[in-house]
Design a binder for this molecule. Structure first.
Ligand SMILES: NC(=O)c1ccc[n+]([C@@H]2O[C@H](COP(=O)([O-])OP(=O)(O)OC[C@H]3O[C@@H](n4cnc5c(N)ncnc54)[C@H](O)[C@@H]3O)[C@@H](O)[C@H]2O)c1
Ligand SMILES: O=C(O)C(=O)C[C@@H](O)[C@H](O)[C@H](O)COP(=O)(O)O
Ligand SMILES: [Zn+2]
Length: 361
């Protein structure tokens, strides 16, 4: 088993990564003195695959679990469904000495984290991510949120988990389309921070698609390490953490405008990374060869590249609500070649996005 630490002083926590390590869940929770009374927040899909096993493991380890099931899908990542978690906790008599376990993908993780941040003003939670996207990204770093009809993750909090438990064997049941979505965020790390990792991904495409454990563990660990490094430097996104938003300014607009769930988060981010790379090229931070390499790696993992047909005005209005907007100015993370990036104010969004959208359609 591999392990990393997200070093945030008293909010530091371990990430365990391995094949088949779900069986060591109780041991991992013991190691961080997790409360014995726990609510496992999940959805019917994930519970169907792993629920009974997790309950058995928890009970066998001396924990007292209850299950809270939410419907499956990004369209339920809302305040209305968050309230269902609070209802269940209150009627179940959960007090300050209890904890939450997020068993599922990023939707479950973001909602469980926000519930944990706010229920009786904060109780511990741990992440048991079961999608590639949640293993490489959403389970680490403490961004928790629900969506608003006008924008992604608009209501939330920074709240770190006590433990992150990543069993790559859970990816065996993940649909191929969801695996691809996770690869979008993996590719993101290569583009923004690590040229060699980007090249490694291109070279090990087949092993990753065949779910070879060594390749998966390497990709997950490298991704979590990059994310942990960035979060340690800037936990609450006052500076460098914004680079993790590469592809997201346009990607979140795609998700919001298309109706949450039409494009998965990873698919929308892939489209957004293609747009960001093109914007980089137009502004002179990246070359045509960079755009081609980024697009071809994403196509190699079956990710979409073409922006859906919404009007330029609709895209600009949705991007205008991005959390990085400052004094009304659109800010984009732009790649500088491959392996480096920076945050840039966009002076002429109308002209630039009109050009990009006409090229990509
Ligand atoms: N907090 C963060 O830092 C952060 C980072 C990236 C993304 N996110 C958020 O994460 C969400 C996307 O997460 P996601 O891509 O995991 O989507 P998801 O949580 O919707 O999961 C995708 C699908 O896979 C199913 N599933 C999960 N694990 C499975 C398994 N092992 N086998 C079979 N099916 C399984 C789910 O039920 C769902 O149908 C978005 O809401 C996004 O905004 C948050
Ligand atoms: O952890 C971060 O910081 C990220 O930006 C990671 C992103 O992949 C993730 O989708 C995040 O939820 C987006 O953050 P937001 O603040 O733009 O909602
Ligand atoms: Zn993301």
């Amino acid at each position: 088993m591999e392990s990393l630490t997200v070093g945030l002083g008293e909010r530091s926590y371990p990430i365990w990564i391995g094949e088949g390590i779900l069986d060591r869940l109780a041991e991992a929770l013991d190691a961080v003195a997790f409360p014995r009374r726990v609510a496992v927040v999940t959805n019917p899909t994930v519970f169907g695959h792993y629920g009974e096993r997790v309950l058995r493991l928890l009970e066998g380890g001396g924990y007292r679990p209850t299950v809270i099931e939410l419907p499956d899908g990004e369209q339920y990542k809302t305040l209305q469904y968050l309230e269902k978690i609070y209802d269940s906790l209150l009627t179940g008599g959960f007090d300050r000495h209890s904890g939450l376990l997020a068993l599922g993908g990023g939707v479950i993780g973001d909602m469980t984290g926000f519930a944990a941040a706010t229920y009786v003003r904060g109780i511990p939670f741990a992440q048991i991510p079961t999608t590639l996207l949640s293993q490489v990204d959403s389970s680490v770093g403490g961004k928790t949120a629900v969506n608003h009809p006008l924008g992604k993750n608009m209501i939330g909090a920074f709240y770190q988990p006590r433990h992150v438990h990543i069993d790559v064997a859970t990816l065996k049941t993940l649909p191929a389309r969801e695996f691809a979505a996770g690869m979008a965020e993996v590719i993101k790390y290569g583009v923004i921070r690590d040229r060699e990792f980007f090249a490694w991904l291109a070279k090990h495409r087949t092993e990753l698609l065949e779910l070879r454990p060594d390749a998966l563990i390497y990709a997950v660990k490298s991704s979590c390490q990059i994310k942990a490094d960035v979060v340690e430097e800037d936990e609450k996104e006052s500076s460098v953490r914004a680079i993790l938003n590469f592809g997201h300014t346009f990607g979140h607009a795609v998700e919001t405008l298309s109706g949450y769930g039409a494009y998965s988060h990873g698919e929308a981010v892939a489209i957004g990374m293609g747009v960001a790379a093109e914007l980089s090229r137009l502004l002179g931070f990246g070359s045509e060869a960079d755009v081609d390499q980024i697009r071809s790696l994403m196509s190699g993992f079956d990710l979409p590249l073409d922006p859906p047909a919404h009007s330029l005005d609709a895209y600009l209005a949705a991007m205008g609500r991005d959390k990085k907007v400052h004094d009304g100015k659109l800010r984009f993370v732009l790649n500088h070649g491959i392996g480096d990036c920076g945050l840039h104010d966009i002076a002429e969004p109308q002209r630039l996005f009109s050009q990009i959208l006409s090229q990509t359609r």
